[in-house]
Design a protein around this ligand. Structure first.
Ligand code: 8GP
Length: 806
């Protein structure tokens, strides 16, 4: 039964009394939040159990999405929306004198990921449930999420993210579902009494993996799937071995932090063990359930189970499945291999060489001896089969174990039936360049699945002013089916609609301006263009190119204060990996440029730089609805897809982009007139690589504007960056500008000038913005997961969902 407002208020008060023996008037925000969370959870707990029963009773094939990162952000509003309770909750709370938006801020961001890959996993979880698809997540319950970022003297400082302090209302600990995972020691094969070869483990460590489940609530469809995150504990049987605090700590640290800095041996060891830990625990629990609940012979596993390997971190799924099928279920190698390949599928998320995981044989053998043995066998059999079909060189290049290293991407491709990229261009590049060798061997395994974003969160929840206008203009069907945003195209010349959308944007900008003032003490005007670049800090994403342009504007204004230009606020949000020195240098330079420019009275607020600290999902939710310009300026060929580009267009920002990743598809969606494209194409980038004719020094010598901009980094123009400025300068000149910033600079400046002009014509700008919103619907992750479900996972939606939707 749906809760009406009065019942909602009554239940909230009642629960507060039960849990805290307290009246609402005396409760703290945290206490009210926890109570509200429990109320919400109670509203979906039946559906959660029923969903599971339905899958089991109907013997539905299920997908398990294995990912070392999940970035759900806050879940209160999203759960309320999906349960159809958002409006009731808001009104009831208002009656009680509580503002839902500020109450929601109490929730700590669940930040168990670094960036795009982790956020995509969470958008998929939302969409899988909302499309009524039988699918679950499998990952790690890190005690500490991605570090909290502060700026001290312009430098990034990392603080621990203690997100579990104060508890996590959404999770359920399921001790009875714990499994044991074995690592380290030695393994040898010996014949058992029946004459079968069996692995014998010696001196291994046993880790207890305890699952914490979180309900993934579908949008108004009574479907609640499960995100299962594993935490390490010491099993009772091993208690004796962990007498010392030090020993206990080491073990308990295994799931303490996300991505321990892997630049040293100790860190790498933890990371590899983490990967195996959640893979082994996940697969063991899938097999256990399968045997107990589905009751079919193990040989039919692939008809009921699909496992997705999200990037290479869970690639050990392949040998772990083989271990269970061969060592425990006693299938023949051939049969086990056939099942494994049918069950597994893999997504590649990056072409950056340094992110393609490799492990030294030595480390692998020491840490996961049985896994290593199995991978050796897979490798040997691969070579044997492929040698008969392909040239020797090709087979050697594609082996799993080569040159003293285990290649995880090779393992994932060889051990699965599908490898996909995340945007058309990226998938083409994978086939033609990055994984070309594999494409020759397995042409049928390669496919594209362009990323998408959870549109309910990224439009309805984060942007109410815009959503209300849309409801009035095109009706509410877009809230269920984002394809209906297209209806907005009928209003591209309607002054009233354009004006209302502009007003909504203004409201969002004011809200962000208030936040900026509070967080950074910087005053920004909502008349200015809000020009946004939000993503991990990485050289290839070229935040530095953005800065070079800002410095140029600054120098132009200093030279001639009467230069005509729109006011601009350049907004950055980005964390640098703790060990990524160059990225941190860029942060320092942006912060120092901000200090210089924001305080220069000659500039008179015409340009401002705001680097908001601690970029995360919740901050993205504040920035995105307020953005006018979306900077997607990676060097063409380097960004696999991007997803902030999709969220920003959906909120009416105009994209300024290279033809990289999904930007290409955004251009196709909105047309050339409603996007600003600049820079080298991916083909031109590759031509440069082939001809090796790029000389940054030459550009510097010949281009006075660029020379003046770069000199600002070393001549004291930007203060306090003596070392950092030199490092930037050298990276561009002495080390020849790896990401072609200088080559793209002029066309970037030109595109920025065009944007400046366009913004001056309010109707023109607003029309572009409308066209972006109208065409954002195609980048819905609902659509993306449906494609995965049909083409790769072969799973079908829950029947009742189809009927409910009509
Ligand atoms: C990101 C890609 O950089 C981005 O283009 C894409 O949109 C996103 O994945 C989702 O597909 N890749 C990563 O986040 C990534 O490779 N992370 C690994 C370093 C952990």
């Amino acid at each position: 039964m749906a809760l009406d407002k009065e019942m909602f208020k009554k239940e909230l008060r009642q629960r507060l009394r039960e849990n805290y023996a307290m009246e609402l008037e005396d409760a703290s925000e945290q206490e009210i939040f926890n109570t509200l969370g429990a109320l919400v959870k109670a509203r979906y707990s039946d559906a959660w159990g029923d969903t599971w029963k339905y899958y089991v009773n109907k013997k539905k094939k299920q997908v398990y999405y294995f990912s070392i990162e999940f970035l759900p952000g806050r879940m209160l509003k999203s759960n309320l929306l999906n349960l159809g309770m958002l409006d009731t909750a808001r009104e009831a709370l208002t009656d009680l004198g509580i503002d839902l938006d500020s109450l929601a801020e109490v929730e700590k961001d669940m930040a168990l990921g670094n960036g795009g890959l982790g956020r995509l996993a969470s958008c998929f979880m939302d969409s899988i449930a909302s499309c009524g698809l039988p699918g679950n997540g499998n990952g790690i319950r890190y005690d500490y999420g991605l570090f909290k970022q502060r700026f001290v003297d312009g430098y990034q400082v990392e603080l621990p993210d203690e997100w579990l302090q104060g508890g996590n209302i959404w999770e359920v600990r399921r001790e009875s579902k714990a499994v044991d995972v074995r690592v380290g020691g030695h393994v040898y094969l010996a014949e058992n009494s029946e004459g079968k070869l069996k692995p014998i483990y010696e001196n291994e460590r046993v880790l207890r993996a305890v699952p914490y489940d979180t309900g993934m609530v579908g949008f108004e469809n009574n479907v609640v799937n499960t995100l299962r995150l594993w935490s390490v504990e010491i099993p009772d049987s091993e208690e004796d071995k962990y007498q010392s605090i030090q020993g206990r700590r080491e073990l308990e640290d295994l799931t303490a932090v996300l991505y321990p800095d892997d630049s040293n041996e100790q860190g790498r060891l933890i990371r590899l063990t983490q990967e195996y830990f959640f893979v082994s625990a996940g697969i063991q629990s899938i097999i256990r359930r399968y045997k107990k609940r589905i009751g079919q012979p193990i040989s039919k596993l692939s008809e009921y189970v699909s496992i997705h390997i999200n990037d290479t971190h869970p690639a050990l799924c392949v040998p772990e499945m083989m271990r269970i099928l061969v060592d425990e279920e006693e299938l023949s190698w051939e049969q086990a291999w056939d099942i494994t390949v049918k069950v597994m599928s893999y997504t590649n998320h990056t072409i950056m060489a340094e992110a393609l995981e490799k492990w030294s044989i030595d480390l692998m053998r020491r840490t996961l001896p049985r896994m290593y043995q199995i991978m050796e066998e897979i490798d040997a059999r691969y070579v044997q089969t492929m040698r008969e079909l392909h040239p020797h060189d090709l087979v050697e290049r594609t082996r799993i174990i080569r040159n003293g290293q285990v290649h995880m991407a090779h393992l994932a491709i060889i051990g699965s039936h599908s490898t996909n990229g995340v945007a058309k261009l990226h998938s083409d590049l994978i086939k033609s360049v990055v994984l070309h060798d594999f494409y020759i061997i397995y042409p049928d395994r390669f496919n594209n699945k362009t990323n998408g974003v959870a549109q309910r969160r990224w439009s309805q929840i984060v942007n109410e002013p815009m959503s209300n206008v849309l409801d009035d203009v095109i009706g509410k069907t877009w809230r269920k089916d984002s394809g209906d945003l297209k209806l907005l195209m009928n209003y591209q010349s309607d002054q009233v609609v354009l004006e209302r959308l502009a007003e909504a944007k203004k409201v969002n900008k004011q809200k962000l301006a208030d936040y900026i003032l509070e967080a950074t003490d910087i005053n920004v005007s909502t008349d200015a263009i809000f020009d946004v670049q939000i993503k991990r800090l990485h050289a290839y994403k070229r935040q530095l190119l953005n800065l070079l342009h800002i410095i140029k504007l600054y120098q132009d204004l200093k030279e001639n204060p009467n230069v005509a230009m729109q006011k601009r606020v350049f907004i950055f949000g980005a964390k640098a990996a703790p060990s990524y020195h160059y990225a941190k240098v860029i942060i320092k330079c942006i912060n120092e440029a901000a200090r210089l420019i924001n305080n220069d009275s000659d500039i008179n607020d015409r340009i401002k730089i705001v680097f908001l600290p601690n970029y995360n999902v919740s901050l993205a939710e504040k920035i995105i609805p307020a953005a006018d310009v979306s900077e997607q300026i990676s060097l063409a060929s380097k960004e696999a897809s991007g997803t902030s580009n999709m969220k920003l267009m959906l909120n009416g920002a105009i994209t300024l982009a290279t033809l990289d990743g999904a930007n290409v598809e955004i251009r196709d969606a909105v047309g050339d007139d409603n996007i600003y494209i600049f820079g080298l194409t991916e083909k031109e980038v590759y031509e440069y690589y082939e001809n090796q004719e790029y000389t940054a020094q030459k550009i510097y010598d010949e281009n006075a504007v660029i020379r003046r901009v770069l000199n600002a980094f070393i001549d004291g123009t930007i203060p306090n960056i003596v070392y950092e400025g030199r490092e930037i300068f050298d990276s561009l000149i002495k080390y020849n500008d790896e990401y072609f910033l200088l080559r793209d600079f002029d066309s970037y400046v030109k595109a920025q000038e065009d944007i400046d002009k366009a913004y001056g014509d309010r109707t023109f700008w607003q029309k572009m913005s409308l066209i972006n919103i109208a065409n954002g619907g195609r980048f819905s992750s609902d659509e993306t997961v449906r494609r995965y479900a049909e083409d790769i996972w072969k799973i079908e939606p829950k029947d009742s969902f189809v009927t409910e939707k009509g």
